[in-house]
Write a protein that binds this ligand. Structure first.
Ligand code: NAP
Ligand code: HSE
Length: 428
């Protein structure tokens, strides 16, 4: 057998702990599969005295992840600290400069700096792998980079943030409002330190932009992702959607069109009986479509110690086997600049608004929609009171631009109380 592959693990939180556990538990199995032993040479975290429930007694300790990244006895730097910048990025750059391969679960860092980091690593003959950064335990990066390498990818779609899916499914199953379930998610430790990363769709947008780079051979273009979070989804929307046979999901879609690369992450209605509609709790699902293969559906745990560490280990074992893959499936220097295109594919839309209850109110709304070329498919009025009438409309297929234009004109009709909400109904 060859020499052992020696890891330096920075970050011993949820994911780092899981990686240490797998290495310690499955040494023999991993060595047999990798053709060489995998050892942990040294680790780093902030607080050395913290009890992490794992045995670190035989491992060297570094307070500074940069020093860890530069150690002579480290072959692979495993970055599990997190954060787009700061010490995670600094230590990753130090590792590359010191001639190490890198494995990371850090989608935020790669979405913002992945192109530069991959370029630096590849120029020196090193690799950066990131299976754990997208959809936790689901091997979606490998599916796109390897399994589907012979396909022109036509669409990448999915639910990639478990916290949002937990919030949306819990609102429906328990009939609880967004604010209550958000607080529950906080108590359960599901939310990122900055919750806006989850509920604002940013974390899922990071992941989508990484998959799009592999799928379309383009530089990572996170700033071009059209982002809308779940903060405006009310329990009424979930109930109305359910009445009509739909569920609301934070759905990401990336596709290359004649106009350029469309990337959007937004709440969508999907049929309740579709695989995406059936997705419960923190589970993720990624749908990949290729010209030869057709459609692939991958479903599994999107976060948590075991699933995320499992994905980290798949990258470590890949490196131990001697497989050297470019970060984004082709050399970073060959990735093209994407032409970002606004997602304009028409679709039916769900509209919710509350109207003042007076003659002609609905007619005024219908006129605005008609002026914008929007045709109404279905309409329902719920919980009508003496003064106001909550109304739900489903439109025929129309563009988001037409919907946005109509929404901007509705306040001037003087018949709305509050803001109208529009959610796309996605064909899945
Ligand atoms: P975490 O539980 O917050 O752990 C972070 C670790 O980094 C802690 O051990 C912390 O040390 C250490 N750390 C923070 N700042 C440091 C510094 N300046 N110097 C040295 N160590 C430092 O985070 P996590 O959930 O394991 O996430 C790690 C990465 O995986 C992130 O990029 C995250 O986005 C990604 N990820 C996580 C999941 C998940 O399910 N958790 C899923 C997919 C991807 P102390 O323990 O001493 O405080
Ligand atoms: N906050 C992320 C989620 C963690 O909820 O999916 C896994 O990336």
């Amino acid at each position: 057998m060859s020499d052992p592959l020696r890891l330096g693990i920075a970050g011993l939180g949820t994911v780092g702990r899981g990686v240490v556990r797998i290495v310690q538990r499955h040494g023999e199995l991993i060595a047999a599969r990798a053709g060489r032993a995998i050892e942990i040479a040294a680790v780093s975290a902030r607080d050395r005295s913290k009890d992490r429930g794992i045995d670190l007694s035989a491992l060297a300790w570094e307070d500074d992840p940069v020093a860890l990244a530069q150690r002579a006895d480290v072959d692979v730097f495993v970055e599990l600290v997190g954060g787009s910048d700061g010490v995670a990025r600094e230590a990753t750059e130090a590792a590359i400069a010191a001639g190490k391969d890198v494995v990371t679960a850090n989608k935020a860092m790669l979405a913002l700096h992945g192109q530069a980091l991959a370029g630096l690593a590849e120029a020196r003959g090193h690799v950066i792998r990131f299976e754990a950064a997208v959809a936790g335990g689901i091997p979606v990066v490998k599916a796109l980079t390897e399994g589907l390498a012979g396909n022109a990818i036509t669409r990448v779609m999915g639910v990639m943030n478990g916290t949002c899916n937990y919030i949306l499914t819990r609102m429906e199953s328990a009939g609880l409002p967004y604010e209550t379930v958000f607080e529950e998610a906080r108590q359960l430790g599901y939310l990122e330190a900055d919750p806006e990363l989850d509920v604002g769709g940013i974390d899922a947008g990071h992941k989508l932009s990484l998959l799009a780079a592999i799928a379309y051979g383009t530089k990572v273009a996170f700033p071009a992702v059209e982002l809308e979070g779940i903060g405006k989804v009310r329990i009424e929307d979930i109930r109305h959607a359910a009445d009509m046979g739909y569920r609301i999901k934070l759905l990401g879609v990336a596709q290359m069109t004649g106009r350029g690369l469309e990337q959007r992450m937004s709440p969508c209605l999907v049929p309740a009986d579709s695989p995406l509609g059936q997705l419960q709790g923190g589970t993720n699902m990624v749908v990949l479509e290729g010209d030869s293969v057709g459609q692939i559906v991958l479903r599994g745990p999107g976060a948590g110690e075991g699933p995320t560490a499992s994905a980290v280990m798949s990258d470590v074992i890949e490196i131990a086997r001697g497989t050297r893959l470019s970060t984004f499936g082709q050399p970073a220097a060959t990735l093209r600049d994407p032409v970002p295109a606004r997602a304009t594919a028409p679709a039916p839309h769900y509209l919710r608004m509350t109207l003042v209850d007076k003659p002609g109110a609905l007619a005024k709304v219908a006129t605005v929609l008609g002026d914008e070329g929007i045709s109404i498919d279905r309409m329902r009025q719920y919980q009508h009171s003496d003064t106001s009438a909550p109304v739900v409309l489903v439109t025929h297929s129309t563009t988001r631009d037409a919907i946005d234009h109509a929404l901007s004109r509705l306040p001037a009709t003087g018949v709305l109380t509050g803001e109208a909400v529009a959610i796309r109904i996605e064909k899945v």
